[in-house]
Write a protein that binds this ligand. Structure first.
Ligand SMILES: Nc1ncnc2c1ncn2[C@@H]1O[C@H](COP(=O)(O)OP(=O)(O)OP(=O)(O)O)[C@@H](O)[C@H]1O
Ligand SMILES: [Mg+2]
Length: 321
């Protein structure tokens, strides 16, 4: 029987400091199969980076544990990054990448320092091509833009032959074309049978890349499933933007009470209604506006983003606070 590369078991992480205790992970459990790409999606502060650090052995769990290639991370600790895990942390790109040597040489040097086996020059060349930095191979990384530095760091990671890749927000600050290059590189890695756990706040990225998505919110898993499952979830709701003049609080209150409306928020002179799909008809809004002597300047119906849907689902559910 093959071992599951990542098994997370009732993992809890508490941070303490300045007399305050923050529970960043509240007893989460899940596992990742060989060759699978799993995306951990969640807003700021959800616990994504904390999870990546624990799974790489750089941070100790408070309770519970995780198994990396069958080994308990509490015993494995930093050896996880020497034996099994290539870790990419977008947050650290800026400070670590200012070498004044050509990018290709830099990667070969990194490989040598980290005792990566095999033909380092060939590996560095392949990695640079995979992230779309080939034409920059003779330039100094100190002159790279933030996005290019991120791609170089990702290229360095691709040189390791480890079975697991943990990527914390791999495409944040990359332009759309670079995102697609990086996504392709990640897909190629998984197709080699390697396992990828990545974090993101970008639903499009998760949909494109992931076999499975885990939604983390305030340290708890609130939903998990295939990208199709999440697409269906999103399709049950709609976002209606109403540009109005004037913006009357009593009109907003009445909209909040309409059947199917879950939330109404005001942005300047626009009211944004989050509602169950097909429950709020344009005619109803026009009638109501005229009753309140409010002019509708524009009206549009859109698909909400996944994070908006989660905000809707979490609204009023104190369980997650
Ligand atoms: N070193 C630390 N000391 C104290 N609290 C911390 C520390 N690191 C993280 N936290 C807290 O733990 C929680 C989770 O943080 P974490 O960085 O894991 O979230 P995240 O999902 O990666 O967020 P982001 O999307 O902003 O990167 C937050 O409330 C954060 O304030
Ligand atoms: Mg983070």
């Amino acid at each position: 029987m093959t071992v599951q590369p990542i098994v997370v078991s009732e993992l809890v992480k508490e941070y303490s400091g300045r007399g305050k205790k923050i529970t960043a992970l509240k007893g989460i459990s899940f596992s990742v199969n060989e060759g699978e790409i799993v995306g951990v999606l969640g807003p700021n502060g959800a616990g994504k980076t904390t999870l990546c650090l624990i799974l790489s052995g750089l941070l100790e769990p408070t309770k519970g544990t995780a198994y990396i290639m069958g080994e308990d991370i509490r015993k494995l600790r930093r050896k996880a990054c020497e034996k099994y895990v290539a870790l990419y942390l977008a947050e650290y790109t800026q400070w670590s990448l200012n070498p004044r040597i050509p990018a290709l040489k830099y990667l070969v040097m990194v490989g040598a320092i980290d005792c990566i086996k095999g033909d380092l020059k060939r590996k560095a060349e392949t990695a640079l091509k995979k992230v779309g930095l080939w034409e920059w191979r003779n330039e100094w990384p100190s002159r790279f833009s933030t996005g290019m530095k991120r791609k170089l760091l990702l290229a360095a990671m691709l040189m390791y032959d480890f079975p697991i890749l943990i990527l914390d927000e791999p495409t944040v600050h990359l332009d759309p074309a670079s995102c697609v290059e990086v996504w392709k590189a990640i897909k190629a890695i998984a197709s080699e049978g390697r396992t990828v756990l990545l974090t993101t706040q970008n639903m499009e990225e998760a949909e494109y890349l992931c076999d499975r998505i885990i939604f983390l919110h305030k340290g708890s898993i609130i939903a998990s499933g295939s990208p199709e499952y999440f697409k269906t979830l999103v399709s049950r709701y709609e976002k209606i933007s109403l540009k109005v003049r004037p913006l009357k609080p009593e009109f907003k209150k009445t909209l909040e009470r309409l059947d199917g409306v879950l939330r109404v928020r005001a942005e300047d002179t626009t009211l944004i209604l989050e509602a169950q799909k097909n429950t709020v008809k344009p005619a109803t809004l026009i009638d109501l506006a005229s009753q309140f002597n409010v002019k509708i300047l524009s009206m549009s119906y859109e698909r909400p983003s996944l994070s908006e849907v989660f905000r809707i689902l979490l609204k009023g559910d104190r369980k997650w606070d």
